[in-house]
Design a protein around this ligand. Structure first.
Ligand code: DGP
Length: 122
């Protein structure tokens, strides 16, 4: 797959407010925050969508949730609560084609979380 803006963030070619990094993953604040706390956890391996993960990626994708929970604890909002979500493809609202787990917190989040758009697949 071609590089996305997230590869540039991983490679420090563009700045981001980085919260966590290890050899497999990176967490940074979302530039378009939808809650008082909103960050993304991404694998360093560029997997375009959840549909593109292989069997070998299962541990890596699970690791993203582990990091979300670890940061929730360290940042002090684990008990209060939070939401994680991964958007997939057009109907899921995905705009950057490098998988990322959204972590939203800091307010009482509504459910359902989406605003339907008047569009269907051709
Ligand atoms: P999604 O719609 O699920 O693909 O979410 C992509 C998110 O990525 C969106 O909430 C905004 C965020 N984003 C896009 N470009 C940048 C960027 O250059 N820096 C940061 N920090 N976040 C970005």
């Amino acid at each position: 797959m071609s590089d996305t803006i997230f590869t540039k963030i991983i490679n420090r070619e563009i700045p981001a407010d980085i919260l966590y990094e290890d050899d497999q993953a990176l967490a940074f604040k979302d530039i378009n925050a939808q809650a008082p706390i909103h960050f993304l956890v991404i694998p360093k391996k560029p997997i375009a969508t959840l549909n593109d993960m292989s069997e070998d990626d299962r541990e890596l994708v699970g690791h993203l949730s582990y990091i979300a929970a670890k940061l929730a604890d360290e940042m002090g909002f684990a008990h209060e609560g939070y939401r994680t979500v991964m958007n997939c493809n057009e109907f899921g609202g995905q705009s950057v084609y490098h998988i990322h787990l959204h972590v939203l917190a800091g307010k009482l989040l509504g459910w359902p979380p989406f605003t339907d758009k008047p569009k269907t697949l051709e």
